[in-house]
Every structure is written in structure tokens, then in C-alpha cells.
Write a protein that binds this ligand. Structure first.
Ligand SMILES: *[C@@H]1O[C@H](CO)[C@@H](O)[C@H](O)[C@H]1NC(C)=O
Ligand SMILES: *[C@@H]1O[C@H](CO)[C@@H](O)[C@H](O)[C@H]1NC(C)=O
Ligand SMILES: *[C@@H]1O[C@H](CO)[C@@H](O)[C@H](O)[C@H]1NC(C)=O
Ligand SMILES: *[C@@H]1O[C@H](CO)[C@@H](O)[C@H](O)[C@H]1NC(C)=O
Ligand SMILES: *[C@@H]1O[C@H](CO)[C@@H](O)[C@H](O)[C@H]1NC(C)=O
Length: 343
């Protein structure tokens, strides 16, 4: 073989290798690009600016079938027009037999509190993180306080105190969910979130922020409440019915306060962290501010399906829609969450 033919052969081989390599690279890049765009289709990048976004359904049909962002979590004049069916459902929750005219009460309500469409501002640039803090004894010795306080919104409920428990439950409260029978005074930084179960609850709110003449519903209630009027918001009965039908699929009589807090957070936050739900490490049901020996007293309600709510909560956690923090408690199948959520 002449050196000329040898060189020609070498060049040919080199050329072939280069061509093959380039083709491979092109193919690889094409494949990579199509995979990337497929991933983008599954996870549209625009949902929010957090690491993970609640509002991104990401091809999860279970979540997509339930999560409906068209329903306003809060009442405003505009979003409070109940259909007859919703109104009848809502009146039955606490058997209100002679209600004051709903529309009249709503009109009076928005003469006292702001009429705004709040938090419906999900957009690509937003990353709103939220801590939902239940009242479980599993928060005791959890040292979650600083972590809880890191979130933009810290949502607490019913009688849950912070004073004296900061190390475990945090010190900030941006939203405090309550109903008349579970009401507590708030500081001027916190939004009172009323969950109305009857027309009288709306009338109580108006009264408690003004003249203070209502001191009884089915229990004695605080005639007046300390709260910034311009921060008071009201949970929407339409949203309650949505949770009951779409999430709970009719289990129980109506959703518990705790479950309503979680679904509320799903709708107004981009990232949801859940603390203080479930039993403590001994399987006891009590509040973090109580001795575990006194806890048994609040295990009696029959109106919520705690098992079903727990299953949904755990399913949301498994789908990474919420981060569930067990504190010093254990995750137990037989856990029932309802009791802690409603006292
Ligand atoms: C709803 O109820 C009101 C009063 O009971 C009645 O006048 C009205 O016709 C009902 N509307 C519908 C759409 O059924
Ligand atoms: C809120 O209360 C604190 C003291 O409790 C007070 O210093 C502050 O000025 C109040 N802020 C408003 C906006 O009223
Ligand atoms: C509740 O209000 C009624 C009248 O509005 C009054 O007679 C009664 O003493 C009040 N009860 C309490 C415990 O404040
Ligand atoms: C209550 O809690 C303490 C410590 O947190 C524990 O030692 C005790 O066994 C608990 N009581 C019951 C009845 O479980
Ligand atoms: C919820 O319940 C369903 C049906 O009983 C079960 O298959 C599923 O594993 C439960 N999910 C969780 C997270 O417990």
C-alpha cells in the first residue's frame, strides 16, 4: 500500500468518525430538546416562582379533578351570591331555622369590613409560602418555631396560642381562623378569618366589631373581639361546599376547621407547609398548650370524617402538594385528626 493510499484511508476513517459523532450528537440534542419540551408541557414553568408550585397540576389527574381555582375562598359582595342549593346546604350545617335575610346581612357586613378580592393574584413571579399550624400536642418539643415563622403567611386556628410556646409553634400569625364559639382576641397585625356556619355568625362578626350586642349563639360567645377591622376576612360558604363535595365527596357532615385551613392555603399559597396535625407520640389527642392527661375531653364530635380528611391530607403530602411535618408525633394509620382541629 502506498503512503498516499494509506493517508487517504486514514482521512476517510477520520471523516467517517466525525460524521458519525456529529450525527449522534445531533440526535442526542434533538432527543434532549424534545424531552425537555415534553417535560415543559407536563410542568409549565409559569405557575409560580417557588421551587414547587401548588397550582401546577403537572399531569396529575387526581389533583386536577379536585383543585378548582375558579372558586373564591373568601367572601366579597361579588362572590357571595349563593345559589338556592348552596344556601339550603349551608343553613343545615347548624340547623338555623329562622335566619335573617342573607343578602341583607352580607350588605351590612361589607359596610364594616373591606370588600376586596384578596390573594387571587397567582402569577409566574409570585412565590408565597405558607405555614398552616394546627393545635396538636405533637408540636410539643418539636422546635418548629423558627421554621414556621419563616413562611410569608402563618395561618393558625381556633384557640391556638403562641405566647409561651414560641420555640415549638413560632410567634408570627398573619391569619387566625375562627368561628364565634372559638374566637380569641388578636393583635393588630393579624387577619381574623371567620368561618361562618350560620347567618348568626356573620351577624356576630358585625356586632363583635361594633356594638357588641350578641353574646350567645348556641354557646356564650365573646360580645366584642379585638381585631383590626381592615384585616377581617370571611370564608366563603360556596368554598365550604366545594370542599365538602369535591374533596370530601360527601364524607362527614361538613369539613373540619383544620381541613378547611389546608384547602384554603392550597388556594392562596404557592407552597404549603402543614404543622400540628395528628396525635402525639403516645397516640394522645390533646392540644399543645394542654397536659396530655386532660386531652380526652375533645374526642367526641361526630360531624367530621377525620379518617377521610387524614387520607386526603396524606395523599396531598405524597403528591408533594403540601409538606407534612409530624413533629414529635408518629404517622399512624388510625390517626384521627378531627378533634384537634375543632377546639
Ligand atoms: C330560590 O328561592 C327563592 C326563595 O325561596 C325563590 O323565589 C327563587 O325562585 C328560587 N330560585 C331558583 C332559581 O330556584
Ligand atoms: C399595632 O400595635 C402596636 C403595639 O401593640 C403599635 O405599636 C402599632 O402602632 C400598631 N399598629 C397599627 C397600624 O395600629
Ligand atoms: C347577654 O346579653 C343579654 C342581653 O343582650 C344580657 O341580658 C346578658 O346578661 C348577657 N350575658 C352575659 C353573660 O353577658
Ligand atoms: C404524657 O406525656 C408524657 C411526656 O410527654 C409521657 O411521659 C406520658 O406517658 C404521657 N401520658 C400518657 C397518659 O400517655
Ligand atoms: C387513602 O385511602 C385509599 C383507599 O382506602 C388507599 O388506597 C390509600 O392508600 C390511602 N392513602 C393514604 C395516603 O393513606
Amino acid at each position: 500500500m502506498s503512503t498516499f493510499r494509506l493517508r487517504k484511508a486514514k482521512t476517510l476513517i477520520l471523516f467517517s468518525i466525525t460524521v458519525a459523532f456529529t450525527m449522534l450528537l445531533c440526535n442526542y440534542m434533538l432527543f434532549f430538546k424534545s424531552t425537555l419540551s415534553l417535560l415543559n408541557d407536563l410542568h409549565p414553568k409559569e405557575a409560580c416562582a417557588c421551587h414547587r408550585c401548588v397550582g401546577e397540576t403537572g399531569g396529575d389527574t387526581w389533583f386536577a379533578e379536585r383543585f378548582n381555582q375558579d372558586i373564591s375562598p373568601l367572601m366579597s359582595r361579588r362572590s357571595s351570591t349563593l345559589t338556592n342549593e348552596t344556601y339550603r346546604w349551608w343553613l343545615l350545617l347548624q340547623d338555623e331555622s329562622q335566619p335573617t335575610d342573607f343578602n341583607e346581612v352580607v350588605e351590612k357586613l361589607f359596610q364594616v369590613i373591606p370588600d376586596k378580592e384578596l390573594y387571587r393574584d397567582a402569577k409566574p413571579g409570585r412565590c408565597r409560602t405558607c405555614s398552616v399550624v394546627g393545635n396538636s400536642g405533637n408540636l410539643k418539643n418539636s422546635n418548629y418555631g423558627p421554621l414556621i415563622d419563616l413562611s410569608d403567611f402563618v395561618i393558625r386556628m381556633n384557640r391556638g396560642p403562641t405566647k409561651g410556646f414560641e420555640k415549638d409553634v413560632g410567634s408570627r400569625t398573619t391569619h387566625h381562623i375562627m368561628y364565634p364559639e372559638s374566637a380569641v382576641n388578636l393583635d393588630n397585625e393579624t387577619s381574623l378569618v371567620l368561618i361562618p356556619f350560620k347567618t348568626l355568625d356573620l351577624e356576630w362578626l358585625i356586632s363583635a366589631l361594633t356594638v357588641g350586642h350578641i353574646n350567645f349563639t348556641y354557646l356564650h360567645v365573646m360580645p366584642r373581639i379585638k381585631a383590626s377591622k381592615d384585616k377581617v376576612i370571611v370564608y366563603n360558604p360556596i368554598f365550604m361546599k366545594y370542599i365538602y363535595e369535591t374533596w370530601l365527596e360527601g364524607h362527614g357532615l361538613y369539613p373540619s376547621t383544620g381541613f378547611m385551613a389546608i384547602i384554603f392555603a392550597l388556594h392562596i399559597c404557592d407552597e404549603v407547609n402543614v404543622y400540628g396535625f395528628g396525635a402525639d407520640q403516645h397516640g394522645n389527642w390533646h392540644h399543645y398548650w394542654e397536659d396530655n392527661k386532660t386531652g380526652g375531653a375533645f374526642r367526641q364530635t361526630g360531624v367530621h370524617d377525620g379518617d377521610y380528611e387524614h387520607n386526603l391530607t396524606m395523599t396531598l403530602a405524597s403528591k408533594q402538594k403540601i409538606a407534612f411535618f409530624t413533629g414529635t408525633g408518629m404517622v399512624q394509620r388510625e390517626e384521627k385528626l378531627e378533634f384537634l382541629w375543632n377546639n
